[in-house]
Design a protein. Structure first.
Length: 542
């Protein structure tokens, strides 16, 4: 226990040290703390109000509905949390097991300390408070149900943390090759998007009036006998007097802890055994992308960037997000066909997100640019050449498929589709111009290319807030197009809506040109500072 508490204190010591060093982290920490307090207060208020409603509905229907919703919703939150942790936070690089290899700690003590440290952060403390406050919902049914809910709270939270830790350990230990980690990284993000949009897909596909509680009752009954939903069923077992079921479910959760703990220790030992294993090298003939680019400095940068882009799983999602959006909005457009045209518009905004932090993804490779005196304008032009061509062609293809889906759904106003598609191209060009400026100003640490599931110390907070700056700026620079669309609709309705197309394209091209010029000048002025920042980021990835 002493070792575990030492690891917990080490976690907070590192957190305070990093907050003293980074003003951005301090701001993000404060915002995160405020957000956590707001979530706890919101859950407390919501649980109290729901408890009041249940008290005014003494019949069994309300209790049955609450039981089903808690199990299905709790399981959904369980899975979403595990996937989100793996996708966003990863296996922390500062408090990972390999960092303690020289200290001679026993594997059981080390693993217990790492698990406990995961419970003692702001997310863990806030989550535990939320789990305890849910018991306010059951106050009208007596003290037995409330006490059972209080007992279930830590059982459920520790189960979530244990399963999440096991998934992260398995992702980093079992998948040693870069290709396998890249594939899993992409799959995890796709699964997260599908899970997060699951409720919207169901409601928009079938209609909320066709959804009945009975459809979920059977699902809830099965989930209650899994580690994902057992903790949410405990209060209802106590109320019904099913103490045998109560004990069995508690034993199931404790067994889950034990199995996750044993499996994590095994993965930790396996990590030591296979550490340093070499990866197979694949040789290719020719010079690849360099043969297809102009013979210039910017052309060489374009070839280098295209080669890295296709091999970098952290940025591969830029190629998959339009397809994901198209699939999601196509499914949800059953009752509202025009919804499918949100795919090119949303894709235009999200495709530029990796480029808004592009220098951090390049890492120390940018040092060569500085050493040989590459101008900032050449770097910006080289990157834009690849992204502009690839993105515009991609958006047009997504738009064509959207038109086909729209026609199959029975849509009639094709002009709306053409406007959305080509305005999406304009938005993408403008967002790309904004990204070329922001990538030189607002950088934040990213995971190592070799370990896409790792998490540099301090990465989570900055990654959670800084990406919204270029997205907000992209919306601001497209205000002229938005005003033009509003003016056209007010004056002529849908008749002359096509005029918005050239307005959006000119707006996007102008912002792109300004972004290249301004981004190049900023890069020239901040070259040494950028290299210093990237050097610091590289230290965090070790």
């Amino acid at each position: 226990m002493r070792t575990a508490m030492l690891i917990v204190r080490l976690r907070w010591s590192l957190t305070w040290a990093y907050l003293r060093k980074s003003s951005w982290q301090t701001i993000g920490f404060v915002i995160g703390a405020i957000f956590a307090v707001g979530c706890v207060a919101g859950v407390a208020r919501g649980a109290w109000e729901i408890g009041s409603l249940l008290g005014r509905s003494p019949d069994g229907n309300a209790l049955h509905a609450t039981n089903t919703v808690m199990i299905v919703g709790g399981t959904f939150a369980f899975l979403l949390t595990a996937i989100l942790q793996l996708m966003l936070f990863g296996q922390g690089s500062t408090l990972s097991a390999d960092r303690f290899a020289l200290f001679g700690m026993r594997d059981r003590e080390l693993q217990f300390g790492l698990t406990l440290s995961g419970l003692c952060g702001i997310p863990g403390i806030a989550s535990l408070a939320v789990c305890f406050l849910i018991s306010l919902m059951y106050r009208s049914y007596g003290g037995v149900m409330v006490v059972a809910a209080l007992v279930a709270a830590p059982l459920t939270l520790v189960t979530i943390v244990s399963v999440s830790k096991l998934i992260m350990s398995a992702a980093t230990s079992l998948l040693r090759s870069r290709r396998s980690q890249s594939i899993l990284y992409v799959v995890i993000i796709l699964v997260f998007i599908l899970v997060a949009n699951g409720p919207n897909i169901v409601i928009n596909s079938f209609g909320i009036e066709q959804l009945h509680l009975e459809l979920f009752t059977g699902i809830a009954s099965m989930l209650a006998w899994t580690p994902f939903g057992a903790g949410f069923q405990l209060p209802f077992d106590a109320l019904a007097g099913h103490w045998l079921f109560f004990v069995i479910r508690v034993a199931m959760l404790l067994l889950t802890w034990l199995l996750c703990f044993i499996a994590s220790i095994w993965l930790m030992r396996r990590e030591r055994l296979v550490a340093g294993a070499s990866e197979k090298v694949v040789l290719r003939k020719g010079i690849g992308s360099f043969s297809r680019m102009p013979d210039s400095v910017s052309g060489a940068i374009s070839a280098r960037y295209l080669t890295y882009l296709l091999r970098d799983p952290r940025q591969t999602m830029v190629l998959l997000m339009p397809i994901v959006f198209l699939g999601l909005f196509a499914i949800q457009s059953a009752s509202f066909p025009e919804l499918v045209f949100m795919a090119p518009l949303m894709s235009a905004l999200f495709m530029m997100m990796p480029e808004s932090n592009g220098l951090a993804y390049d890492g120390m490779g940018l040092t060569m640019h500085v050493q040989i005196g590459v101008r900032g304008i050449d770097d910006r032009v080289g990157r834009v050449r690849v992204l502009a061509f690839m993105g515009c062609v991609y958006l047009v293809l997504i738009g064509i498929v959207s038109l086909v889906v729209y026609d199959l759904r029975g849509g009639r106003f094709v002009t709306i589709g053409l406007v959305c598609i080509l305005c999406g191209v304009g938005i993408y060009l403008a967002s790309l111009g904004v990204a070329e400026v922001c990538s030189c100003l607002f950088m934040y640490p990213v995971a190592s290319l070799a370990k896409p599931f790792s998490s540099p110390q301090g990465r989570a907070v900055s990654q959670g807030f800084l990406p919204f700056i270029p997205m907000l700026a992209s919306g601001v620079v497209m205000i002229p197009t938005a005003l033009a669309v509003i003016l056209i609709v007010v004056l002529s309705g849908m008749t002359l809506l096509w005029i918005a197309i050239p307005v959006a394209l000119v707006n996007g091209l102008l912002v792109l040109w300004l972004g290249i010029v301004l981004g190049g000048r900023i890069m020239d002025a901040r070259q040494l500072k950028i290299v210093e920042t990237l050097t610091h980021f590289a230290e965090l990835q070790r």
